[in-house]
Design a protein around this ligand. Structure first.
Ligand SMILES: NC(=O)c1ccc[n+]([C@@H]2O[C@H](COP(=O)([O-])OP(=O)(O)OC[C@H]3O[C@@H](n4cnc5c(N)ncnc54)[C@H](OP(=O)(O)O)[C@@H]3O)[C@@H](O)[C@H]2O)c1
Length: 209
């Protein structure tokens, strides 16, 4: 598949590493420094371009931007042909990571859908970048659970298929509205990792009897 990534930071590159190893093609976009973006892409054997180029290229667009830059990134999209799948990885963290900017009455996923009316948005927060960059998605030899929310069944299934290929355990967590509840779980992980000192080699696992 062709994957267009908006945001070539910790998450964008961490996902790209695994996507490329599974035979997918990657095009990175969105940076304050186009030279750095191009160099990052080259170092992965991937391509770089503008946000519209990444969207046009993609079967699935990955949104991996800081919350504070997400609206600006999506404003770059311009007129998009068709209804693209947009895998939203964002956490609506306050810039000082003291809490979520929005939550429970709406979600980053729903706000992204409002900002990107051309998209079929699927919310699925990936594992910590430290895990993705360690080479294996597994934590203590277990696949991390990824909750997947969205209103379009085909889009959700496509992202779940990718997540399965990436050696994670995706769970259908219902409509996009349920991102109101999965996103705070993502923030709990941030608190555990960075405020409470557990470190970023942690993840969620859903148990089922
Ligand atoms: N890090 C994690 O472990 C993790 C895990 C799950 C979810 N998330 C969420 O995933 C998202 C991405 O996180 P991240 O850690 O990958 O962030 P990051 O490393 O800061 O990467 C963000 C990317 O966006 C670009 N960018 C930022 N502001 C920009 C602007 N104003 N104009 C143009 N480009 C801009 C940066 O490019 P330049 O620096 O080249 O300008 C960078 O490549 C966040 O919403 C985060 O909460 C993070």
């Amino acid at each position: 598949m062709n994957i267009g990534i908006i945001g070539a930071g910790n998450v964008g590159t961490g996902l790209a590493k695994h996507l490329l190893s599974k035979g997918h093609q990657v095009l990175f976009s969105f940076s304050k420094d186009p030279e750095k973006l191009a160099a990052t892409a080259r170092s992965f054997g991937a391509r770089s371009g503008t946000v519209p180029e990444a969207i046009a290229f993609a079967d699935i667009v990955v949104l991996a931007t800081p919350w504070s830059a997400t609206a600006a990134a999506l404003q770059h999209a311009g007129a998009v042909v068709g209804r693209k799948i947009l895998w939203d990885c964002t956490n609506a963290l306050k810039p000082d990571m003291s809490g979520l900017s929005i939550g429970t009455t709406t979600s980053a996923g729903e706000e992204v859908a409002r900002l990107a009316p051309w998209a079929r948005v699927v919310k699925a927060i990936p594992p910590f970048a430290e895990i993705m960059h360690s080479g294996s998605m597994r934590i203590a030899d277990q696949q991390p659970t990824i909750f997947v929310c969205g209103d379009d069944a085909d889009a959700k299934a496509a992202v779940q298929t990718l997540l399965t290929q990436l050696d994670t355990a995706p769970y259908d967590a219902g409509p996009l509205r349920n991102a109101r509840y999965t996103e705070p779980a993502g923030f709990l992980m941030v608190q555990l990792a960075y405020a409470l000192g557990y470190g970023a080699n942690i993840g969620l696992s859903l148990l089922k009897k």
